[in-house]
Design a protein around this ligand. Structure first.
Ligand code: DX5
Ligand code: ZN
Length: 228
């Protein structure tokens, strides 16, 4: 697998999400990352299934839905129904993570598990063989525009190594503080799905920002140019 770019609409103008998504897609977005926040697990509140359903109508690429909510089990059906192609849940809120992962997959949706910066990789030890992807948070979730936490780079390597030991080729996704200065490091560490919010939508030209980020990510994945 090459590197997939997933612009996060959290940093876009919510009154013009269709335009934001179209610009990101013109720039080569492979996924659209949708941040769902409940004001409990994280301090911020964002969007729910009705908005995902509307976005689904205008997006041409799969929707990557990141649930930063308590009790995600209660909402998985609704997000799948709304059109999520991928749903990720935080290990910190799920005592029965195995059941949740399999419930997501049973809906025909790819299941991802997410680690907060302070959550150790060992939390994935028993579930690593069952997941479709692992999302490493490189900021504390809740807001766009935060600074990348440098330790996340070695965490990506550790998650990749754990997946490899398990024989799972599932990709590692990274989310938080990714821009042209950090993308190369995380791709070199093994990240293959790259979320970027402010680096795309807090620029005058989100299409171009997406294209530049993707070029940088692909260059870091195949430094020799092979496989681009
Ligand atoms: C943060 C969200 C991110 C956010 C990233 O809690 O999960 O997806 O949009 O924003 P940037 O790329 O600006 O750090
Ligand atoms: Zn996110």
């Amino acid at each position: 697998m090459s590197v997939l770019i997933a612009p996060s609409i959290l940093s876009a103008d919510f009154a013009a999400l269709g335009d934001a998504i179209a610009a990101a897609e013109r720039g080569g977005a492979d996924l659209i990352h949708v941040d769902v926040m409940d004001g409990h697990f994280v301090p911020n509140i964002t969007i729910g299934p009705p908005v995902v359903k509307s976005i689904r109508r205008v997006a041409h690429v799969p929707l990557d839905v990141h649930l930063m909510i308590e009790e995600p089990d209660r909402y998985i059906d609704a997000f799948a129904e709304a059109g999520a192609a991928m749903i990720s849940v935080h290990v910190e809120v799920l005592p029965h993570l195995h059941r949740t992962v399999h419930a997501i997959r049973a809906l025909g949706v790819k299941a991802g598990v997410v680690l907060n910066p302070s959550t150790p990789v060992v939390a994935l030890e028993q579930i690593a063989g069952d997941v479709d992807y692992v999302l490493v948070m490189s900021v504390n979730p809740g807001f766009g525009g935060q600074t990348f936490i440098p330790r996340s780079e070695s965490k990506v390597r550790d998650v990749r190594a754990l997946l490899d030991r398990t024989g799972n080729t599932a990709p590692v996704e990274i989310d938080g503080g990714i821009d042209l200065t950090t993308v190369g490091r995380v791709v070199a560490a093994g990240a293959r799905m790259i979320v970027a919010g402010s680096a795309v939508f807090h620029t005058p030209d989100p299409e171009r920002a997406t294209r530049e980020l993707k070029a940088a990510a692909l260059a870091a994945a195949s430094p020799s140019g092979v496989g681009r």
